[in-house]
Design a protein around this ligand. Structure first.
Ligand code: SAH
Length: 348
Protein backbone atom coordinates (compact mmCIF):
# COMPACT_ATOMS: atom_id res chain seq x y z
CA UNK A 1 0.00 0.00 0.00
CA UNK A 2 1.37 3.43 -0.83
CA UNK A 3 1.90 6.22 1.69
CA UNK A 4 -0.95 8.27 0.30
CA UNK A 5 -3.45 5.47 0.92
CA UNK A 6 -2.02 4.72 4.37
CA UNK A 7 -2.35 8.36 5.38
CA UNK A 8 -5.90 8.51 4.08
CA UNK A 9 -7.00 5.43 6.06
CA UNK A 10 -5.20 6.44 9.24
CA UNK A 11 -6.66 9.98 9.08
CA UNK A 12 -10.10 8.51 8.62
CA UNK A 13 -9.67 6.16 11.58
CA UNK A 14 -8.31 9.04 13.66
CA UNK A 15 -11.26 11.31 12.86
CA UNK A 16 -14.14 8.83 12.72
CA UNK A 17 -13.04 5.76 14.74
CA UNK A 18 -14.27 3.69 11.85
CA UNK A 19 -12.79 1.57 9.10
CA UNK A 20 -14.21 -1.31 7.07
CA UNK A 21 -12.94 -4.84 7.48
CA UNK A 22 -10.99 -4.67 4.22
CA UNK A 23 -9.45 -1.31 5.18
CA UNK A 24 -8.30 -2.67 8.54
CA UNK A 25 -7.00 -5.80 6.81
CA UNK A 26 -4.92 -3.80 4.35
CA UNK A 27 -3.30 -1.80 7.16
CA UNK A 28 -2.53 -4.94 9.15
CA UNK A 29 -1.05 -6.53 6.04
CA UNK A 30 1.26 -3.59 5.30
CA UNK A 31 4.90 -3.60 6.39
CA UNK A 32 5.55 -2.03 9.78
CA UNK A 33 8.30 0.09 8.23
CA UNK A 34 5.65 1.80 6.09
CA UNK A 35 3.36 2.42 9.05
CA UNK A 36 5.20 5.09 11.05
CA UNK A 37 2.21 7.38 10.46
CA UNK A 38 -0.20 4.84 11.97
CA UNK A 39 1.91 4.46 15.11
CA UNK A 40 2.36 8.24 15.42
CA UNK A 41 -1.34 8.97 15.14
CA UNK A 42 -2.16 6.23 17.66
CA UNK A 43 0.35 7.81 20.05
CA UNK A 44 -1.22 11.21 19.44
CA UNK A 45 -4.71 9.82 20.16
CA UNK A 46 -3.41 8.17 23.33
CA UNK A 47 -1.99 11.53 24.46
CA UNK A 48 -5.30 13.31 23.75
CA UNK A 49 -7.33 10.76 25.70
CA UNK A 50 -4.99 9.61 28.47
CA UNK A 51 -2.44 12.45 28.63
CA UNK A 52 0.92 11.17 29.87
CA UNK A 53 -0.53 8.94 32.58
CA UNK A 54 0.14 5.23 32.61
CA UNK A 55 -2.05 2.99 34.76
CA UNK A 56 -0.47 0.09 36.61
CA UNK A 57 -2.45 -3.05 37.36
CA UNK A 58 -0.82 -5.44 39.82
CA UNK A 59 -1.35 -9.09 38.88
CA UNK A 60 -1.64 -11.89 41.43
CA UNK A 61 -1.39 -15.26 39.68
CA UNK A 62 -3.11 -17.18 42.42
CA UNK A 63 -3.59 -20.63 40.90
CA UNK A 64 -2.01 -22.59 38.08
CA UNK A 65 -4.60 -25.36 38.16
CA UNK A 66 -6.65 -25.50 34.97
CA UNK A 67 -9.33 -27.82 33.69
CA UNK A 68 -9.01 -26.58 30.09
CA UNK A 69 -6.65 -27.74 27.38
CA UNK A 70 -5.97 -24.65 25.26
CA UNK A 71 -3.45 -25.67 22.60
CA UNK A 72 -1.09 -22.76 23.23
CA UNK A 73 -1.08 -22.48 27.01
CA UNK A 74 1.53 -24.01 29.32
CA UNK A 75 -1.02 -24.32 32.12
CA UNK A 76 -3.22 -26.67 30.05
CA UNK A 77 -4.57 -29.64 31.97
CA UNK A 78 -2.58 -32.24 30.02
CA UNK A 79 0.76 -30.62 30.85
CA UNK A 80 1.89 -32.95 33.64
CA UNK A 81 5.43 -31.54 33.71
CA UNK A 82 4.62 -28.59 35.95
CA UNK A 83 4.04 -28.44 39.69
CA UNK A 84 0.69 -26.81 40.26
CA UNK A 85 -0.01 -24.43 43.11
CA UNK A 86 -3.00 -22.66 44.53
CA UNK A 87 -2.70 -19.77 46.95
CA UNK A 88 -4.85 -19.84 50.05
CA UNK A 89 -7.33 -17.08 50.69
CA UNK A 90 -5.13 -15.44 53.33
CA UNK A 91 -2.11 -15.44 51.02
CA UNK A 92 -4.05 -13.76 48.23
CA UNK A 93 -5.34 -11.08 50.58
CA UNK A 94 -1.88 -10.54 52.04
CA UNK A 95 -0.41 -10.12 48.56
CA UNK A 96 -3.16 -7.66 47.62
CA UNK A 97 -2.51 -5.58 50.74
CA UNK A 98 1.20 -5.55 49.90
CA UNK A 99 0.33 -4.36 46.37
CA UNK A 100 -1.74 -1.52 47.83
CA UNK A 101 1.20 -0.59 50.05
CA UNK A 102 3.42 -0.44 46.99
CA UNK A 103 1.00 2.15 45.60
CA UNK A 104 -1.00 0.06 43.15
CA UNK A 105 -4.58 1.24 42.56
CA UNK A 106 -5.81 -1.92 40.84
CA UNK A 107 -5.25 -5.57 41.57
CA UNK A 108 -5.91 -8.30 39.00
CA UNK A 109 -6.68 -11.77 40.33
CA UNK A 110 -5.69 -14.25 37.64
CA UNK A 111 -5.69 -18.05 37.47
CA UNK A 112 -6.16 -21.01 35.22
CA UNK A 113 -9.71 -22.33 35.03
CA UNK A 114 -9.51 -23.61 38.54
CA UNK A 115 -12.46 -24.85 40.54
CA UNK A 116 -11.71 -22.30 43.27
CA UNK A 117 -15.02 -22.08 45.17
CA UNK A 118 -17.04 -19.08 44.02
CA UNK A 119 -18.06 -18.18 47.57
CA UNK A 120 -14.42 -18.07 48.63
CA UNK A 121 -13.53 -15.76 45.73
CA UNK A 122 -16.38 -13.51 46.87
CA UNK A 123 -14.92 -13.43 50.39
CA UNK A 124 -11.49 -12.56 48.99
CA UNK A 125 -13.03 -9.68 47.01
CA UNK A 126 -14.84 -8.37 50.08
CA UNK A 127 -11.73 -8.58 52.25
CA UNK A 128 -9.55 -6.80 49.70
CA UNK A 129 -12.20 -4.09 49.43
CA UNK A 130 -12.29 -3.81 53.24
CA UNK A 131 -8.56 -3.59 53.64
CA UNK A 132 -7.60 -1.48 50.59
CA UNK A 133 -9.06 1.10 48.25
CA UNK A 134 -8.00 -0.77 45.14
CA UNK A 135 -10.16 -1.57 42.13
CA UNK A 136 -10.42 -5.31 41.52
CA UNK A 137 -10.18 -7.04 38.16
CA UNK A 138 -10.96 -10.74 37.84
CA UNK A 139 -9.29 -12.90 35.18
CA UNK A 140 -10.39 -16.42 36.01
CA UNK A 141 -11.66 -17.65 32.66
CA UNK A 142 -15.23 -18.80 32.17
CA UNK A 143 -17.39 -19.57 35.18
CA UNK A 144 -21.14 -19.88 35.50
CA UNK A 145 -23.14 -16.69 35.27
CA UNK A 146 -24.24 -16.92 38.91
CA UNK A 147 -20.58 -16.72 39.98
CA UNK A 148 -20.00 -13.61 37.83
CA UNK A 149 -23.03 -12.06 39.57
CA UNK A 150 -21.91 -13.08 43.05
CA UNK A 151 -18.46 -11.54 42.55
CA UNK A 152 -19.87 -8.34 41.11
CA UNK A 153 -22.10 -8.01 44.17
CA UNK A 154 -19.08 -8.68 46.38
CA UNK A 155 -17.42 -5.62 44.81
CA UNK A 156 -15.37 -6.75 41.80
CA UNK A 157 -15.08 -3.89 39.33
CA UNK A 158 -13.75 -5.44 36.14
CA UNK A 159 -13.49 -8.74 34.31
CA UNK A 160 -10.75 -9.64 31.84
CA UNK A 161 -11.61 -12.45 29.45
CA UNK A 162 -9.78 -12.51 26.15
CA UNK A 163 -11.77 -13.92 23.26
CA UNK A 164 -8.32 -14.88 21.86
CA UNK A 165 -9.32 -15.27 18.18
CA UNK A 166 -12.45 -14.06 16.38
CA UNK A 167 -12.71 -17.03 14.07
CA UNK A 168 -15.13 -19.63 15.42
CA UNK A 169 -13.44 -22.54 13.60
CA UNK A 170 -9.92 -21.71 14.77
CA UNK A 171 -11.30 -20.94 18.23
CA UNK A 172 -12.78 -24.43 18.31
CA UNK A 173 -9.54 -25.98 17.10
CA UNK A 174 -7.40 -24.35 19.79
CA UNK A 175 -9.92 -24.63 22.64
CA UNK A 176 -11.19 -28.21 22.75
CA UNK A 177 -14.45 -28.65 24.68
CA UNK A 178 -14.91 -24.88 24.91
CA UNK A 179 -17.48 -22.69 23.20
CA UNK A 180 -16.75 -19.47 21.33
CA UNK A 181 -20.35 -18.48 21.78
CA UNK A 182 -20.20 -18.89 25.53
CA UNK A 183 -17.05 -16.78 25.74
CA UNK A 184 -18.72 -13.92 23.87
CA UNK A 185 -21.98 -14.34 25.80
CA UNK A 186 -19.98 -14.21 29.04
CA UNK A 187 -18.45 -10.88 28.03
CA UNK A 188 -21.85 -9.45 27.12
CA UNK A 189 -23.41 -10.65 30.36
CA UNK A 190 -20.52 -9.28 32.43
CA UNK A 191 -21.12 -5.88 30.86
CA UNK A 192 -24.87 -5.94 31.55
CA UNK A 193 -24.30 -6.57 35.26
CA UNK A 194 -21.96 -3.62 35.55
CA UNK A 195 -18.45 -4.93 35.12
CA UNK A 196 -15.98 -2.96 33.05
CA UNK A 197 -14.94 -5.58 30.53
CA UNK A 198 -11.60 -6.34 28.96
CA UNK A 199 -10.92 -8.74 26.14
CA UNK A 200 -8.41 -9.18 23.37
CA UNK A 201 -6.34 -11.56 21.32
CA UNK A 202 -3.23 -13.63 20.98
CA UNK A 203 -1.26 -12.37 18.00
CA UNK A 204 0.22 -14.96 15.66
CA UNK A 205 -1.65 -18.17 16.37
CA UNK A 206 -1.11 -20.47 13.37
CA UNK A 207 -3.78 -19.87 10.72
CA UNK A 208 -4.55 -16.37 11.94
CA UNK A 209 -4.68 -13.94 9.00
CA UNK A 210 -4.90 -10.14 8.83
CA UNK A 211 -8.59 -10.65 7.87
CA UNK A 212 -9.22 -12.50 11.11
CA UNK A 213 -7.42 -9.82 13.12
CA UNK A 214 -9.59 -7.21 11.38
CA UNK A 215 -12.61 -9.23 12.50
CA UNK A 216 -11.15 -9.20 16.04
CA UNK A 217 -11.00 -5.41 16.04
CA UNK A 218 -14.56 -5.10 14.75
CA UNK A 219 -15.72 -7.51 17.45
CA UNK A 220 -13.91 -5.44 20.10
CA UNK A 221 -15.74 -2.34 18.85
CA UNK A 222 -19.01 -4.22 18.84
CA UNK A 223 -18.54 -5.42 22.43
CA UNK A 224 -17.80 -1.81 23.49
CA UNK A 225 -14.80 -2.99 25.44
CA UNK A 226 -13.39 -0.92 28.27
CA UNK A 227 -10.02 -2.60 27.85
CA UNK A 228 -8.38 -4.36 24.92
CA UNK A 229 -5.16 -6.33 25.07
CA UNK A 230 -2.98 -8.11 22.54
CA UNK A 231 0.10 -10.18 23.20
CA UNK A 232 2.24 -12.23 20.83
CA UNK A 233 1.86 -16.00 20.84
CA UNK A 234 4.95 -17.63 22.38
CA UNK A 235 5.26 -21.38 21.76
CA UNK A 236 5.49 -23.51 24.88
CA UNK A 237 7.32 -26.85 24.72
CA UNK A 238 4.69 -28.81 26.62
CA UNK A 239 1.82 -27.89 24.31
CA UNK A 240 0.56 -29.07 20.90
CA UNK A 241 1.73 -25.78 19.36
CA UNK A 242 5.34 -26.26 20.50
CA UNK A 243 6.70 -26.23 16.94
CA UNK A 244 4.67 -23.28 15.70
CA UNK A 245 6.14 -19.89 14.89
CA UNK A 246 6.10 -17.16 17.49
CA UNK A 247 3.90 -14.09 16.97
CA UNK A 248 5.68 -10.93 15.86
CA UNK A 249 6.39 -7.62 17.54
CA UNK A 250 5.37 -5.88 14.31
CA UNK A 251 1.87 -7.36 14.17
CA UNK A 252 1.34 -6.71 17.88
CA UNK A 253 2.26 -3.04 17.43
CA UNK A 254 -0.01 -2.66 14.39
CA UNK A 255 -2.89 -4.22 16.33
CA UNK A 256 -2.19 -2.00 19.37
CA UNK A 257 -2.16 1.15 17.24
CA UNK A 258 -5.39 0.23 15.45
CA UNK A 259 -6.98 -0.62 18.82
CA UNK A 260 -6.30 2.94 19.97
CA UNK A 261 -7.73 4.51 16.82
CA UNK A 262 -10.82 2.31 16.61
CA UNK A 263 -11.55 2.22 20.37
CA UNK A 264 -10.06 5.53 21.50
CA UNK A 265 -11.43 5.39 25.05
CA UNK A 266 -10.23 1.86 25.79
CA UNK A 267 -7.46 1.09 28.24
CA UNK A 268 -4.74 -0.72 26.30
CA UNK A 269 -1.95 -2.65 28.00
CA UNK A 270 1.64 -2.99 26.84
CA UNK A 271 1.70 -6.72 27.52
CA UNK A 272 4.25 -8.80 29.39
CA UNK A 273 4.31 -11.24 26.46
CA UNK A 274 5.50 -8.41 24.20
CA UNK A 275 8.16 -7.54 26.79
CA UNK A 276 9.21 -11.18 26.75
CA UNK A 277 9.96 -11.43 23.01
CA UNK A 278 11.53 -7.95 22.80
CA UNK A 279 13.30 -6.23 25.70
CA UNK A 280 11.94 -2.93 24.43
CA UNK A 281 8.52 -4.39 23.58
CA UNK A 282 6.50 -2.68 26.26
CA UNK A 283 8.17 0.67 25.57
CA UNK A 284 7.29 0.32 21.89
CA UNK A 285 3.64 -0.46 22.67
CA UNK A 286 3.44 2.49 25.09
CA UNK A 287 4.49 4.67 22.16
CA UNK A 288 1.96 3.10 19.79
CA UNK A 289 -1.29 3.64 21.70
CA UNK A 290 -0.92 1.68 24.96
CA UNK A 291 -1.50 3.32 28.36
CA UNK A 292 -1.41 0.43 30.83
CA UNK A 293 1.24 -1.93 32.25
CA UNK A 294 0.45 -4.99 34.36
CA UNK A 295 3.35 -5.82 36.70
CA UNK A 296 3.44 -9.11 38.54
CA UNK A 297 3.16 -9.05 42.34
CA UNK A 298 2.93 -12.80 42.86
CA UNK A 299 5.43 -14.14 45.42
CA UNK A 300 8.56 -15.06 43.47
CA UNK A 301 8.49 -18.66 44.72
CA UNK A 302 5.40 -19.29 42.57
CA UNK A 303 6.29 -17.35 39.44
CA UNK A 304 8.21 -20.12 37.75
CA UNK A 305 5.20 -22.41 38.05
CA UNK A 306 2.87 -19.98 36.25
CA UNK A 307 4.43 -20.38 32.84
CA UNK A 308 1.59 -19.68 30.44
CA UNK A 309 4.46 -19.29 27.97
CA UNK A 310 8.23 -19.89 28.45
CA UNK A 311 10.88 -17.38 29.52
CA UNK A 312 8.37 -15.02 31.03
CA UNK A 313 10.24 -11.96 32.24
CA UNK A 314 10.74 -11.04 35.91
CA UNK A 315 10.47 -14.63 37.15
CA UNK A 316 13.02 -14.01 39.91
CA UNK A 317 11.98 -10.50 40.86
CA UNK A 318 10.32 -9.33 44.04
CA UNK A 319 7.18 -7.24 43.74
CA UNK A 320 8.86 -4.06 45.00
CA UNK A 321 11.62 -4.38 42.39
CA UNK A 322 9.07 -4.81 39.59
CA UNK A 323 7.29 -1.66 40.70
CA UNK A 324 10.57 0.26 40.62
CA UNK A 325 11.63 -1.12 37.26
CA UNK A 326 8.29 -0.28 35.65
CA UNK A 327 8.39 3.20 37.19
CA UNK A 328 11.78 3.67 35.54
CA UNK A 329 10.53 2.55 32.14
CA UNK A 330 7.57 4.92 32.34
CA UNK A 331 9.71 7.87 33.44
CA UNK A 332 12.22 7.19 30.67
CA UNK A 333 9.42 7.72 28.15
CA UNK A 334 8.51 11.07 29.72
CA UNK A 335 5.32 9.60 31.12
CA UNK A 336 4.11 9.24 34.70
CA UNK A 337 2.38 6.62 36.83
CA UNK A 338 -1.25 7.55 37.30
CA UNK A 339 -2.46 8.07 40.84
CA UNK A 340 -6.07 7.25 40.13
CA UNK A 341 -7.78 3.89 39.75
CA UNK A 342 -7.95 4.08 36.00
CA UNK A 343 -11.61 3.14 35.66
CA UNK A 344 -13.20 2.96 32.24
CA UNK A 345 -13.23 6.17 30.24
CA UNK A 346 -16.39 5.13 28.43
CA UNK A 347 -19.54 6.96 29.39
CA UNK A 348 -22.01 4.13 28.72
N1 SAH B 1 -7.66 -18.77 32.47
C1 SAH B 1 -7.86 -17.36 32.25
C2 SAH B 1 -6.54 -16.60 32.22
C3 SAH B 1 -5.69 -17.01 31.07
S1 SAH B 1 -4.02 -16.52 31.11
C4 SAH B 1 -8.68 -17.16 31.00
O1 SAH B 1 -9.00 -18.12 30.33
O2 SAH B 1 -9.04 -16.02 30.71
C5 SAH B 1 -4.07 -14.97 30.33
C6 SAH B 1 -3.78 -14.91 28.85
O3 SAH B 1 -2.52 -15.46 28.51
C7 SAH B 1 -4.71 -15.68 27.96
O4 SAH B 1 -5.93 -15.04 27.81
C8 SAH B 1 -3.93 -15.78 26.66
O5 SAH B 1 -4.28 -14.72 25.78
C9 SAH B 1 -2.47 -15.62 27.10
N2 SAH B 1 -1.64 -16.79 26.71
C10 SAH B 1 -1.82 -18.07 27.04
N3 SAH B 1 -0.87 -18.85 26.47
C11 SAH B 1 -0.07 -18.03 25.75
C12 SAH B 1 1.09 -18.24 24.93
N4 SAH B 1 1.61 -19.44 24.73
N5 SAH B 1 1.65 -17.15 24.36
C13 SAH B 1 1.13 -15.93 24.56
N6 SAH B 1 0.05 -15.67 25.32
C14 SAH B 1 -0.55 -16.72 25.91
Amino acid sequence: MNQFKIKQLVDQAFAEEKLTKSEITSLLAADLKDLAYLLDKADQKRAEICAEEVHLRAIIEFSSYCKQNCHYCGLRKDNDQIDRYQLKKEEIIKTAVMAAELGYKTVVLQSGEDEYPAAEIAEIIREIKNKTKMAITLSLGERDFAAYKLWREAGADRYLLKHEIADPLLYQKYHPQMSYENRIESLKYLKTIGYQIGSGVIIGLPGQTPEILAEDLLLCQNLELDMIGSGPFIPHQQTPLKNSKQGTVAMTLKFTALSRLLLPLAHIPATTALGTIDVEGRQKALQAGANVVMPNVTDSKYREQYQIYPDKICINEEAGDCRQCIGGIIASLGREVSQDKGHSLRKD
